[in-house]
Design a protein around this ligand. Structure first.
Ligand code: SAM
Length: 251
C-alpha cells in the first residue's frame, strides 16, 4: 500500500504544472461541446470526473457559465485547478470535490452532462458506466474518453503490452455494446488524433521528464522509465489504439 502511495505521488509530481494529465485536445472538446449543447437543458448540471488540473472543467465552465462539479482524488490537481479558475475569472463556476470516483453520493438523476477524459479506465469503462448511470438525468449526456483498440487484429507485441498496461482495453464496437448494456445510447464516437497526444500531452510531459531525470527517487525513476516506454510504444503502434471520445445519452 505504501509502495502504491509512493508510485501515485511520483506520477502526480511528474504531471505537475502540465495543462493536462492525459491525452486530449481543446479543439476536439470544443467541437463536442458545440455538438451536444442543443441536447442539454438551460443551466445544465455538469460534472467532470477525474478532472485533474481542469483541462475539461475549465472549458465547460467557460462555455456554460454554470457550476461545474470537478471531481478528483488528488488535492494537488484540484488546488491547481482552483488557481487556474481564478486566473481565468472562472472561480464562481468551479466546485472542486476531493473524492473517489467510485463513491459519488449525489442524488440519482442529478447530472445533465457528465464529462470524463482519460479517467474512466481507473474503474474500467464498464465499471464507470454502471457506477455513473444512476446519476444521469433523463436524456442526460455523457462524454467519456477511453483508450480503445482501433483494429480487430493487433500485433502480438500490442496484446502483450496492453495485457500489462490496460488489460481491460476493448475495441470501439465492444465498448458500444457495453454502452448499450449499461443503459446508454451511443450517439457518436470521435477519435483523438495522434498529433494531439504528442503536442498536447507527451511533449509537455517530456519537458517534466527532462527536469526530473536526475531524481534520486527510485520510484520516480520507475515512473519515468514506464512513461518513456509508453511514449515509444505509442509512436510505433498508434494505428492500433488510441483515445476514443464516446458521446452517449442516458437511455
Ligand atoms: C489521466 S488523468 C486525466 C485528468 C484530466 N481529465 C485530463 O484529461 O487532463 C486521470 C485523473 O484521474 C484522477 N484519479 C485517479 N484515480 C481516481 C479516483 N479513484 N477517483 C477520482 N479521481 C481519480 C487522477 O488524479 C487524475 O487527475
Amino acid at each position: 500500500m505504501e509502495e502504491q502511495k509512493k508510485y501515485i505521488q511520483a506520477l502526480i509530481k511528474l504531471h505537475r504544472g502540465l495543462e493536462r494529465q492525459g491525452p486530449g485536445d481543446k479543439d476536439l472538446s470544443n467541437q463536442i461541446i458545440s455538438q451536444i449543447t442543443e441536447l442539454l437543458p438551460p443551466n445544465p448540471r455538469i460534472a467532470d470526473i477525474g478532472c485533474g488540473a481542469g483541462a475539461g472543467a475549465l472549458l465547460l465552465a467557460d462555455k456554460f457559465r454554470t457550476k461545474i462539479r470537478a471531481v478528483d482524488f488528488s488535492q494537488e490537481f484540484l488546488t491547481e485547478l482552483e488557481k487556474r479558475a481564478k486566473q481565468q475569472g472562472l472561480e464562481n463556476f468551479i466546485e472542486t470535490i476531493k473524492c473517489d470516483m467510485r463513491s459519488l453520493d449525489w442524488e440519482h438523476g442529478s447530472i445533465d452532462l457528465l464529462w470524463s477524459e482519460g479517467a474512466a479506465y481507473i474503474i474500467t469503462f464498464e465499471g464507470a458506466l454502471r457506477k455513473w448511470r444512476p446519476l444521469m438525468a433523463t436524456n442526460g449526456i455523457a462524454v467519456i474518453s477511453e483508450m480503445s483498440y482501433f483494429t480487430n487484429k493487433r500485433p502480438e507485441s500490442v496484446l502483450t503490452y496492453m495485457n500489462n498496461a490496460y488489460p481491460d482495453i476493448k475495441t470501439e464496437s465492444e465498448n458500444s455494446e457495453i454502452i448499450r448494456s449499461s443503459g446508454f445510447e451511443l450517439l457518436e464516437i470521435h477519435r483523438l488524433s495522434s498529433k494531439a497526444w504528442w503536442v498536447n500531452y507527451y511533449e509537455p510531459l517530456r519537458e517534466n521528464i527532462i527536469s526530473l531525470k536526475g531524481s534520486k527517487d527510485s520510484v520516480m525513476q520507475t515512473v519515468i522509465n514506464e512513461t518513456e516506454m509508453e511514449m515509444k510504444f505509442f509512436e510505433k503502434y498508434e494505428n492500433f489504439y488510441g483515445y476514443s471520445f464516446y458521446i452517449i445519452k442516458a437511455a
